[in-house]
Unconditional design. Structure first.
Length: 256
C-alpha cells in the first residue's frame, strides 16, 4: 500500500504524473462535480474545511480581490465567490484551469497558468492570496510564500495543509512514505515549519489544527450516510480531545 517516491520533486513531474487522468471522462466528471462526486462523506469533510476557513479569516471577504493559487477544478474558488470575493484563478496545470473555467465561467475575473514560485503579477495586485491543499505540492514553498507577500496587499490564507503529528510522522518515516498523485513526493509539514517561516517574514499569524481526514482505503464506504455520520463523529471526537495533534494546518497571515 505504501510506496517510496521514485520521482524527483518538481513542478514538471507533478504535471506529468496526473496528465493521463485528463483523458478519462469519469475522472473529469469526478472533478467537475467536486466535492459532490467524492461521495457523501467527502461532502461533509469539505463543508467542515470551508467552515473552518471562514472561522479563522481575520477579514471580511466581501469585494476582496483574491488570487487563488492552485485553483484545481474550481470548487474552492466557487465557495469564495459565493462569500462575496472577486476571484482570479491560477494553476500550474492547464487542464485544471480548463475545468475551473468550465465550472466558473465569468465568475472568475481571469484564468492564468502560474508558477507559485515565480508569479507574474505586480506588487500588491491582490488583497489576499488563497490556497487550499496546495502549498505541500510546491517544491520551494518558502520562495512561494515570499511571492505571496509581494503580490498581496493584506494577507494570505492557507487551508488544508498536511501536518505530521508525532505519531503519524514516526509511522510515515517507518514505512518510508511521503507521496501523492501517483508516487510523487510532497511536503509534510511540522507545525513550526510554516509558522516560523511566516513569522520571520513579518506576518501576523492565526492558526488552527484540525482532524479532517478520510482514508482512501475506505472509499467504498464514502456514500454511506450511516458510516459518514460515524466517521464525522470520530473526527469531532479527535478535535475535542486531541486538538493540538490535528493533521490539518490552517493559517491566516496578514501584513503587520
Amino acid at each position: 500500500m505504501f510506496k517510496k517516491s521514485t520521482k524527483k520533486f518538481n513542478n514538471q513531474h507533478e504535471i506529468e504524473s496526473i496528465e493521463p487522468l485528463f483523458n478519462d471522462p469519469k475522472w473529469i466528471t469526478y472533478w467537475l462535480e467536486k466535492p459532490k462526486s467524492f461521495g457523501y462523506v467527502w461532502v461533509q469533510l469539505f463543508d467542515k474545511i470551508f467552515k473552518e476557513a471562514k472561522r479563522i479569516y481575520p477579514l471580511d471577504l466581501n469585494d476582496k480581490k483574491i488570487l487563488i493559487v492552485g485553483c484545481g477544478p474550481g470548487a474552492e474558488a466557487e465557495w469564495l465567490f459565493k462569500h462575496g470575493a472577486k476571484i482570479f484563478c491560477t494553476d500550474i496545470n492547464k487542464n485544471f484551469l480548463k475545468l475551473a473555467k468550465k465550472r466558473l465561467g465569468k465568475k472568475s475575473e481571469g484564468y492564468d497558468i502560474a508558477d507559485a514560485e515565480n508569479l507574474k503579477f505586480k506588487d500588491n495586485s491582490f488583497d489576499i492570496v488563497y490556497l487550499c491543499g496546495v502549498l505541500h505540492h510546491i517544491p520551494d514553498y518558502k520562495k512561494a510564500l515570499t511571492e505571496f507577500k509581494r503580490v498581496a496587499k493584506e494577507g494570505v490564507i492557507i487551508i488544508n495543509e498536511p501536518r505530521n503529528p508525532p505519531l503519524l510522522e514516526y509511522l510515515m518515516r517507518v514505512v518510508n512514505w511521503n507521496t501523492e498523485y501517483g508516487n510523487l513526493e510532497t511536503h509534510r509539514f511540522k507545525s513550526s515549519d510554516l509558522v516560523d517561516t511566516l513569522s520571520s517574514g513579518g506576518w501576523n499569524i492565526r492558526t488552527s489544527f484540525k482532524w479532517c481526514y478520510f482514508p482512501r482505503m475506505l472509499n467504498f464506504l464514502r456514500n454511506s450516510k450511516i458510516f459518514s455520520k460515524l466517521w464525522m463523529g470520530f473526527m469531532n471526537f479527535l478535535n475535542i480531545f486531541l486538538p493540538t495533534f490535528g493533521h490539518q494546518i490552517n493559517i491566516v497571515a496578514w501584513k503587520k
